[in-house]
Design a protein around this ligand. Structure first.
Ligand SMILES: Nc1ncnc2c1ncn2[C@@H]1O[C@H](COP(=O)(O)OP(=O)(O)OP(=O)(O)O)[C@@H](O)[C@H]1O
Ligand SMILES: [Mg+2]
Length: 372
């Protein structure tokens, strides 16, 4: 098989890709640096269902070779017209283990020795099989007092440090390295998708924000405060469950149900039937998400300022209104293109398909920083 990436080896300065290999689709964004701006040059999406013998919109679990084949196909698409192989690639949230642990207040060096030992308690596989990373999460003053009162340690005043522990299985990293080697993509980093999404979406919000990323098989929830992930959670339902509910209840094929879901969504004009069916799936997801919010608000005694909807599932027409009714907080369609400039003719399409590209935009923005 000829490698369509090979012709790019010594191409174009200044352009970069963000490559998000999701469970149901690959999303790619190409940005270019112009002065201090990030200009959107092109973008592309390729459904992975057909590579796994399932319908478009369904989640897959593909071999490395199949992913390489799909990337080749995306690369060959004339309309997408990618012109660089420089990129950053995302690692699925599900391939990482992220947990907030509490450590005694120690020096950075002491923590460096202690965290890997402590990590054994939280990581269900041998430590030698994972790559570990950790960062100290600053506590603000008020939180510190609250927590001390909470734990009844007011008298002894034992100071604690919150540490965000991240582990990625070495096999996962090896898999992405193999994809890079076989495609000729030039990846300078692999990043867990949560951090890419945060980069694309968030500014300097003072209040905690919840990001709601609805994919095909799962919905991921992150609560972020001043750029730091405070809570993360995966709900085992996603947009493909809506498709299969529509298919079953109307007696139509999955392919037909997918088309119906994408074209009509849950707008007023729908038949009551579809609306009820879609509502049922969404209610389950929203109620679990509400539980996550409740737990966060109880633990930190803070309220969520807003909820941002991203992921292909969030492109469902009418979803924001239903979410708004379910959450006691402002719900906004996440727009990952606020930090980029796009040609006018792309604006409409980006408004509709935008939420799908949050991860890929965040990756490309990070890769662009390397030119600074
Ligand atoms: N316009 C639309 N209306 C409703 N649903 C849509 C629309 N466009 C895409 N979807 C659904 O979004 C889902 C895919 O979303 P997305 O591309 O964010 O998932 P993914 O990144 O592949 O999944 P994951 O992040 O879980 O690995 C599919 O189930 C698809 O049916
Ligand atoms: Mg995704």
């Amino acid at each position: 098989m000829d490698n369509p990436f090979s012709k790019l080896f010594k191409k174009q300065e200044g352009s970069v890709l963000g490559v998000d290999i999701g469970s149901s689709a690959i999303k790619v964004i190409q940005l270019k640096k112009k002065g201090s701006k990030a200009i959107l040059e092109t973008y592309g999406e390729l459904a992975l269902g057909p590579y796994a013998g399932v319908e478009i919109g369904q989640a897959t679990n593909l071999s490395t070779d199949k992913i390489v084949e799909a990337l080749y196909d995306l690369m060959r698409e004339k309309e997408v017209n990618l012109t660089t192989n420089k990129c950053g690639i995302s690692i699925p949230f599900s391939s990482s283990l992220m947990t907030l642990i509490e450590m005694p207040k120690l020096s950075y060096k002491q923590l460096g020795a202690m965290v890997p030992l402590e990590a054994r308690k939280y990581i269900p596989v041998p430590i030698s099989e994972v790559t570990l990373d950790w960062t100290i999460i600053p506590r603000d003053e008020r939180e510190e007092e609250d927590l001390e009162e909470d734990e009844g340690t007011k008298i002894t005043k034992i100071k604690k440090t919150d540490v965000l522990l991240v582990a990625i299985h070495n096999e996962t990293i090896a898999k992405y390295q193999e994809i890079v080697n076989k495609t000729g993509l030039e990846a300078s980093f692999y990043e867990i998708e949560i951090f890419s999404t945060i980069r694309a979406l968030l500014e300097q919000e003072k209040t905690p924000v919840m990001i709601f990323d609805m994919g095909a098989a799962t919905t991921k929830i992150y609560i972020v405060e001043r750029g730091v992930v405070k809570t993360s959670h995966t709900i085992n339902r996603g947009s493909q469950d809506i498709t299969s509910m529509i298919s079953k209840s109307l007696g139509i094929t999955m392919a037909e149900a997918e088309i119906m879901k994408r074209s009509v969504g849950v707008t007023e004009s729908n038949s009551v039937n579809i609306k009820d069916v879609v509502h049922l799936s969404l209610d389950y997801i929203f109620s679990e998400a509400n539980q996550v919010i409740l737990n966060f608000e109880r633990r930190y005694r803070k309220t969520i300022g807003k909820i941002l909807l991203v992921g292909g599932g969030s492109a469902l027409k009418g979803i924001a209104q239903i979410a708004q009714a379910s959450f006691q907080t402002d719900v906004i369609a996440g727009n990952p293109f606020t930090k980029t400039e796009a040609p006018a003719f792309l604006e409409d399409i980006l408004r509709d398909t935008g939420p799908e590209f949050a991860v890929s935009v965040g990756l490309a923005l990070r890769r662009l920083q390397e030119f600074a």
